[in-house]
Design a protein around this ligand. Sequence first.
Ligand code: SF4
Length: 392
Amino acid sequence: MTCVPPGGWPQPQSLYVHVPFCRHRCGYCNFSVIAGRDELQDQYLDAIERELTGISPSDTHRNELPLQTIFLGGGTPTRLSAARLQRLHRAIADAFPIADDAEITAEANPEDITPECLDALQAIGVNRISLGIQSFDADKLQCLERGHDQDTAFAAIEAAHQQVGNVSIDLIFGAPDESLATWQNDLSLAASSSISHVSTYALTFEKGTSFWSRRSRGDLSEADETLELQMYEAAQQQFSTDGWQQYEISSFARESFRCRHNLAYWAGRGWHAVGPGAARFVDGRREVNHRSTTTYLKRMLASGSATDETETITLEQYARELAAFGVRQLDGIDLSTIHDRTSIDLETSLAETLTKLQSMALVTHDNHHLQLTRRGILFADTVATALLSEPE
Ligand code: SF4
């Protein structure tokens, strides 16, 4: 059986760069992060240069597929100085052509947004800033161990908006002891600011974090499911008016401000990714780098590879993933397009699953189009899991 889609694997035009440095590890954070080790930044850039050189397209293909999106994520990319951000950008531009209208996003913490920082980001072409606001509420911010307050958050949003224009923020709901009123206040403060995109996430307690241990000891309590649902619906309500639109389970945007980088992920177009813990999807292969920064540096600098996990996916898996990620977008997904792209007929192989999801009123399936219902939006993970599960 062939393992390549009829038109070949999509060639990535997106790049994710993981910058692991943080001032402090927040108690709930399970990302690949290294706190208080900024002296490793030059070594990190040596490693990133080596990794990017290794995945640079050959001279013959160099100009065929310029990067359309670049995402500098973390960690905290703005822990890098202006000179180091320049070095990072040179390494990317040496490895790949970059489209003139590429979306270039940098994540940043509000307390790092100074005029110098914004100048440095703008100098390397950043045209979208994603701020880790998480909340505007003093008690919640303290609980989440964040380093900013409400004034700093607003000042950062406004300064980034003035200089770069396109500002996204992340907000967390369901923090320990958080009330619905606190969350509603966060939402209305966010909506009153000059952001054009917001991603909302329920707090999760991940193994290995201090929140996990504190919950096990009974020091922290988890929001109950009913409250989380009410909070999720409050975000939908807040961002369904005034030119806002929910376009994905966790993402809301003003007209024409959808995140192009995430859209490329969800459309299964393939992406490059470099840095500790970075996960890529290239030529039907998923690869993940070692998530420890020090191990990543050692391996990359010694052998030119820090890949820790590799998985070649089958066409059936690819088709199911396209459906599972596609359906998380509120416009839904056309299953006949997936058939054309992969030669897999999900409407046959998933017939029972689709019937069951419909009977549970979680999706509509009409004329090849699969879409979450209003109820399905609240249970999107259940739908995605069902679409990805192997038939019994
Ligand atoms: S700033 Fe962000 S990436 Fe860094 S530890 Fe906190 S949550 Fe994690």
